[in-house]
Design a protein around this ligand. Structure first.
Ligand code: ZN
Length: 251
């Protein structure tokens, strides 16, 4: 393979890797924010569960107070019932007693419902707290991984910069200018593999003699359509079939 073509392919590989690394670095604040949100959500779930339990407890205290009031009335009416003089008074007090008993029954039923609900709400608080503890651990691990990845990306970028400088120093200056011009126009991708007679990036079919030249990897050929510098990746499988037996240096 043409040495400059090999350098150009290497340069593209480095630029693509650098671009990927820079994108990952740029995504870090967003990923940090996602981790913060996960913790906040888990904490909010605990707070909500505790609020529900507290609301249940105060509701039950209210029921208890009212229950005491109705029980007080009931015993008062029962005392009064002992002292009634007339039939009319007797019926009136019996009516009050029945009413107080009905109220007590209603409040006791509410109390029972509230207690059953309290069991569920207590379990929900425990579950939310366990979820929070698990999330704290998971987020901590993800933060560590993010920090480690950040360091790796920095190291990779430094290595890429050094390798790039070495390639640039050895590369034909005119070719470097072509590479950079195309890269600028084509979102950082100035090199394309030619395969089955087409440019694999812009998908335009190459003229047969152009593709044949590209196949040899000896000349710098640009795609007519996208201007990217073309190369041919020899298939790893045997290519003994075919009449064109031009000698090719195995990479
Ligand atoms: Zn093309």
């Amino acid at each position: 393979m043409n040495a400059d073509l090999e350098r150009i392919i290497g340069l593209q590989r480095l630029d693509t890797a650098a671009e990927t690394a820079r994108k990952k670095l740029a995504d870090e604040p967003e990923r940090e924010k996602t981790l913060d949100t996960r913790l906040e959500t888990a904490k909010a779930n605990v707070a909500t569960a505790k609020e529900r339990l507290a609301a249940n407890q105060s509701a039950r205290r209210e029921i208890e107070k009212e229950l005491a009031v109705h029980q007080g009335r009931l015993s008062k009416f029962r005392e009064q019932a002992m002292a009634v003089k007339t039939n009319q008074e007797y019926h009136a007090i019996q009516h009050e007693i029945a009413h107080a008993q009905a109220q007590i029954k209603t409040h006791e039923d509410h109390m029972l419902d509230g207690m059953l609900e309290a069991d569920d709400l207590t379990a929900a608080v425990k579950k939310a707290e366990a979820d929070l503890a698990a999330e704290v651990k998971a987020v901590e691990a993800d933060r560590k991984a993010l920090t480690a990845e950040h360091a790796e990306l920095q190291v990779a970028l430094e290595r890429i910069t050094a390798e790039r400088s070495a390639i640039v120093a050895a590369l034909d200056k005119h070719l470097l200018a072509v590479f950079e011009q195309v890269a600028k126009k084509r979102h950082g991708v100035a090199v394309a593999e030619a395969k089955d007679g087409i440019c694999t990036i812009c998908h335009v079919r190459l003229r047969p003699q152009v593709f044949n030249t590209v196949r040899r990897n000896e000349d710098i050929v640009q795609c007519d359509s996208c201007q990217r510098i073309l190369y041919f990746a020899a298939a790893p499988a045997a290519r003994s079939t075919g009449s064109d037996a031009s000698p090719q240096a195995a990479s």
